[in-house]
Design a protein around this ligand. Structure first.
Ligand code: FES
Ligand code: FES
Length: 155
C-alpha cells in the first residue's frame, strides 16, 4: 500500500475529489469505492474487456489502470450512458437484438461500441470487429452483438 494522494475527476458528469492509494487499480476503485458495479470484473489482466470504461473518451481496461491516472480526467462508466432517463442507442440496440445472454460482457461491449461510434459514426464490419476485438463473450453472442452495433450507425 502506497501513501494516499488526492485526486480530482468527474464520473458520469459529476465532479469528485477522493483520497486514494495511487497503486490501486481503477476497476476496484470504481466497483468498491464509487459503488458503480455495472463495470465487471473478469480476467483482471487485460484480456476480456469486461472492465472497459471511457477515460477522457477513450476505451480502457480499468483492471490495468492505476487509479492515480484518473486525476484530472473524465470517467464514464456504463451507468453514465443513459441520458434523461433514455438509454443510449447502443444499449437500446442490444435489447432490440437480444444481444445479451448472461450479460456479463455487455457493459464492456457497449462501452467499446459507444467509443467506436463516437469516433466513427458509420463503421464498417471490419471497424466493428476491430473495435470489439478486446471484448470476449463467453456465451458466444457475437453475431447479435455486431448486428446491434451495426444498426447504431449514425446514432
Ligand atoms: S477484467 Fe479487465 S480485461 Fe478482463
Ligand atoms: S452474454 Fe454472456 S458473456 Fe457475453
Amino acid at each position: 500500500m502506497s501513501a494516499k494522494i488526492t485526486i480530482n475527476f468527474t464520473v458520469n458528469g459529476e465532479a469528485e475529489t477522493r483520497e486514494v492509494d495511487p497503486s490501486r487499480m481503477l476497476l476496484k476503485f470504481i466497483r468498491e469505492d464509487l459503488q458503480l458495479t455495472g463495470t465487471k470484473e473478469g480476467c483482471e489482466v487485460g484480456e476480456c474487456g469486461a472492465c472497459m470504461v471511457l477515460l477522457d473518451g477513450k476505451p480502457v481496461n480499468s483492471c490495468l489502470v492505476p487509479v492515480a491516472e484518473l486525476d484530472g480526467k473524465e470517467l464514464i462508466t456504463i451507468e453514465g450512458l443513459a441520458k434523461d432517463g433514455k438509454l443510449d442507442p447502443v444499449q437500446q440496440a442490444f435489447i432490440d437484438h437480444a444481444a445479451t445472454q448472461c450479460g456479463y460482457c455487455t457493459p464492456g461491449m457497449i462501452i467499446s461500441a459507444r467509443a467506436l461510434l463516437n469516433r466513427n459514426p458509420f463503421p464498417t464490419d471490419d471497424d466493428i470487429n476491430e473495435a470489439l476485438s478486446g471484448n470476449l463473450c463467453r456465451c458466444g453472442a457475437y453475431k447479435e452483438i455486431r448486428q446491434a452495433v451495426k444498426d447504431c450507425a449514425g446514432k
